[in-house]
Design a protein around this ligand. Structure first.
Ligand code: CA
Ligand code: CA
Length: 588
């Protein structure tokens, strides 16, 4: 907790540029835009994220459900007149659903889908000819790397990528959407992602007549490039012109392969670099400037987008009646300012439409569905009006402000959600301590009218999974590469006196310090020095617990949400959703 954040991270300008410069642009966006919020990502990705921000949650979720690693396919029977009209496909009413097997990944292959139906039908409910298929699988893609998507199918294929956390469709590739066969030229496209993370990779396919084959591959790829600067270009051991002498000069016309795009840690005049391999196998870095080096392919960039600025961070989201709700400000914390209305209560559900900030919804039912964000699982079944027509579907409850008059924090986590149960167990009956933390939390928070014990439960859950995420587990453990100490992750760089006292490993002292010396001080400071009041003031104090007071005040000054500079840009909302879950499980 308490890391200093860089207020210059927001950068919403994204001029249209040549595809080549989009490659390097995409990397800049990765470093300036929001971090992925989902916590289930590769350890390599999370290690690099942790190195950027000290308050990163420490725990890693178990690996994703097996189904995410497989090809989940739905089939529709079509007619000659609507076969290729993909906008009329409704896979929520599929004629058949099939598991088409694993991704067959390995050897640089991120995901491969091979299904040879021959002249037969893929399923007894599906015709031999004139059918459509949609298959998806979850993939982990890394910013800076290049991927090649290729298809040699019979007949047409097209593709899109969805953000695995928000379910939002990011990029559609039109592929080779026409009658063709496996002897037709291979279709391929190079792809970059602007942000490392998990994506749902969708393949749409249709079969007209004759043989039917799907053969699609997404693999990592090193595009060829040529040195074009007339004086040649230095190959260097680091992505920087500083502190190193060139390995050698690559002559004009030299061909190299590009492994990835990287940013220089110290060379402000030459920010963008390529990590390359020469034809004789030498590795190094060259400055990524199109006047020096020309890349032979252009990449499609899958971009989660940058944050939109909430206009008024103090707005309470509007008052709503019973059964009524609106799309609240949290939608501004996602990759875009819209959230999906889906045919099913899961991020894989077909998108019916999207809803923007303050869109009114009629809540029909609250239901438990698929996980999203930090293992939230609550969805609203809602009715919305669009162009005079009523539409019903499911929306992630996190993004909807509903009328709550019971004094509880609104939560998008079901009472029976298994993920937070171990955190509760540690609070009540700790494995690594002889006494429950709960009575102590209640006694310290009793001093503050504005602070409920459930909020502290939520912070400790996020910070350390109440000790379960620490090394070693329990109140004496550390996280955040050793900087975060104990249950509430007091940072040794900002609280030197307390850390050197050694009291941090005592659970009661750790909790007391976190509340009295950090959270309450944040609250008092923002009460005196900001216009935040009510839940927004509480949120500001919680956000500052993660990102520091300076960052929160910078966010307010710039009209941004108080969570803007927090880890994952969702810290206070995440904590309050967890607090709401603890309230559902016996806490005040
Ligand atoms: Ca056929
Ligand atoms: Ca065919």
């Amino acid at each position: 907790m308490i890391s200093s954040s860089n207020p210059q991270r927001q950068n919403n300008s994204r001029p249209l540029e040549s595809p080549l410069s989009q490659v390097s642009r995409s990397l800049q966006l990765d470093l300036t835009a929001s971090q992925p919020r989902s916590l289930h990502r590769s350890s390599a990705a999370s290690a690099s994220l942790r190195s950027r921000q000290a308050g990163q949650p420490l725990y890693q979720f178990e690996s994703a459900k097996p189904i995410l690693d497989r090809w989940n396919a739905s089939f529709l029977n079509r007619t000659a007149s609507n076969l290729t009209n993909y906008s009329s496909y409704d896979f929520s009413r599929a004629n058949a659903v099939k598991d088409l097997g694993s991704q067959r990944s390995g050897n640089g292959i991120v995901a491969q889908l091979v299904a040879r139906f021959g002249r037969n039908s893929p399923d007894s409910a599906i015709q031999k000819d004139r059918f459509a298929m949609q298959a998806w699988t979850r993939v982990q893609l890394e910013a800076g790397k290049f991927y090649r998507l290729s298809s040699r199918s019979d007949d047409g294929t097209r593709f899109f990528f969805r953000d695995a956390q928000t379910g939002r469709t990011l990029t559609t590739l039109n592929g080779d959407w026409r009658d063709r066969n496996t002897r037709s030229p291979l279709w391929n496209q190079v792809v970059n992602v602007a942000q490392s993370g998990e994506y749902d990779f969708f393949v749409q396919y249709y079969e007209n007549t004759g043989r039917a084959t799907v053969d699609v591959k997404l693999e990592s790829f090193a595009p060829a490039a040529q040195i074009v600067s007339s004086s040649g270009l230095n190959l260097r051991s680091k992505p920087s012109t500083l502190g190193n002498t060139p390995i050698k000069l690559l002559a004009t016309g030299t061909t190299i392969s590009i492994e990835r795009t990287v940013q220089s840690p110290d060379d402000s005049r030459n920010r963008d670099w390529y990590q390359v391999t020469t034809s004789d196998g030498q590795r190094g870095f060259v400055a990524a400037d199109s006047s020096f080096v020309q890349v032979g392919t252009t990449a499609a960039v899958i971009d989660r987008g940058t944050l939109n600025n909430p206009t008024n961070p103090i707005d309470n989201g509007g008052s709503t009646g019973i059964g009524a709700g609106i799309v609240g400000r949290k939608v501004l914390l996602t990759s875009s300012d819209r959230i999906s209305l889906r045919a099913d209560k899961a991020v894989a559900g077909t998108e019916i439409t999207t809803l923007g900030l303050n869109a009114p919804v009629t809540i029909l039912e609250k239901v438990t569905g698929g996980y999203y964000l930090n293992r939230f699982d609550q969805w609203y079944k809602v009715r919305v009006m669009e162009n005079g027509q009523a539409k019903e579907g499911f929306i992630a409850a996190f993004y909807v402000d509903a009328n709550t008059s019971d004094g509880r924090f609104q939560t998008a986590i079901s009472a029976s959600n298994p993920f937070f149960r171990p955190h509760l167990n540690e609070l009540m009956n700790p494995t690594y301590s002889s006494t429950s933390y709960k009575p102590f939390i209640e006694s310290v928070t009793a001093k503050y009218a504005w602070l409920k014990p459930s909020v502290v439960a939520g912070i400790g859950s996020r910070e350390s999974a109440w000790g379960l995420a620490l090394s070693p587990k329990g109140p004496g453990g550390t996280g955040d590469r050793g900087h975060g100490r104990g249950l509430m992750q007091i940072d040794d760089r900002y609280h030197k006196e307390f850390i050197s006292s050694g009291l941090w490993s005592n659970p009661q002292e750790n909790i007391r310090y976190a509340i009295d010396q950090v959270l309450a001080r944040n609250y008092d400071h923002l009460l005196r020095n900001s216009n935040l009041r009510g839940i927004d003031l509480l949120r500001g104090a919680i956000a500052a617990y993660n990102s520091g007071l300076t960052s929160v005040k910078n966010a307010i000054a710039q009209g941004l949400d108080v969570d803007h500079f927090t880890t994952g840009q969702d810290y206070s909302w995440d904590v309050l959703n967890r607090a709401g879950w603890f309230q559902l499980n016996g806490w005040n």
